[in-house]
Design a protein around this ligand. Sequence first.
Ligand SMILES: NC(=O)N[C@@H](CC(=O)O)C(=O)O
Ligand SMILES: [Zn+2]
Ligand SMILES: [Zn+2]
Length: 429
Amino acid sequence: MRIANATLADGRVVDVRVEDGRIAAVGDLDPVADEETIDADENLLLPGAIDVHVHFREPGFEHKETWETGSQSAAAGGVTTVADQPNTDPTTTTGAGFDAKADRAANSCIDYGINGGVTPDWDPESLFDRPLFALGEVFLADSTGDMGIDADLFSAAAERAGEAGVPVTVHAEDADLFDESAIEGDLGGIGRDADADAWSAYRSAEAEAVAVERAVRVGGETGAQIHIAHTSTPEGVDAARDGGATCEVTPHHLFLSRDDLADLGTYGRMNPPLRSEERREAMFERLADGRIDVVATDHAPHTVDEKDQSLLDAPSGVPGVETMVPLLLGAAVDGDLSLETVRDVVATNPADIFDLPQKGRIEEGADADIALYDLDAAREIRGDDLHSKCGWTPFEGFTGVFPEWTMLRGELVWDGESFGDVSGENVRA
Ligand SMILES: NC(=O)N[C@@H](CC(=O)O)C(=O)O
Ligand SMILES: [Zn+2]
Ligand SMILES: [Zn+2]
């Protein structure tokens, strides 16, 4: 197959030949006999995005998401590889837990990695025997699933991962610095009427910076490769960089702030929480100038019924895997980001950090994981149009550029209207 007249993120207009699931050539390519040609019409061709932080909820919470619905949502958003987090039921903290998830992940229509988690009753022996994508997210404070661990266990786990050469991804918040007084008293009504700003005051910005500092210190002591998950503050990003760690930022911390919580209520409750508009702008600045390595979604679907509770009863987390690339491209169209930055933070950098040399690039020899975007076709994001089982988005009404189609290893997994019969594979297996 030849994809003709595709514009790459760097502005070059090229032809791309796909053979046996791989990119066979990039350049000015003459058609060969009987070759199928797709005319890209000078639209933007990006490497399939690698979302290193999703919660596809299966096994255990299939009412929120499954590997089938989560992976379809990803494909419809230009994502062709995901890494799934361990707070499922059973947790992915033992070899058996890993195997139970691997069984379900076989239903994924895109490629995937499976992370191993850490709890006091984990079984590192059997867990490290499995092909882990990373150890993580290691919860330094409780979040959905209550998997927070203490400092000693974190150090021991990092040591173990360092020996195994497995990267460690860290949920960096320090519960000792949470402000309990912020969630006492009147917290408003249910769902959108809840006072979710109290959640942001409770899980303070300082709690993140201190936890990031501890995580990078432990990385230095143990030799483990540390990657900070969902960094929500400029202080957290700077501390990660200064300490030699990589970091990721979510779309919600780039496009939403505490100012949005009056509308979102519990639909804007997540960990770490939304921050001030000033901090959001500082995050966007770090994204635009290359100080943020990765954008990853922390896709954490919960149902509308679950969110329609009081602030303290509603679970933390928002969906995002389908809207990540669309939102970033929307920002690029507005002139706020370069297309090369978008490509780097969603594809090339995660491939480099997590050692996926076959992914994240449009180059000869790479997997033909690619998506085509018409930058003139930005449209309104609507929860009803998305494919996650949860059926809502915190980005309702925002503008995004969705893929015309998405290909996994040379096969159309999303043609803009429907999903192909494509099977994802474990990228570490
Ligand atoms: N981010 C969240 O608020 N929730 C995540 C867990 C997590 O990533 O901390 C979830 O699994 O729901
Ligand atoms: Zn987390
Ligand atoms: Zn998470």
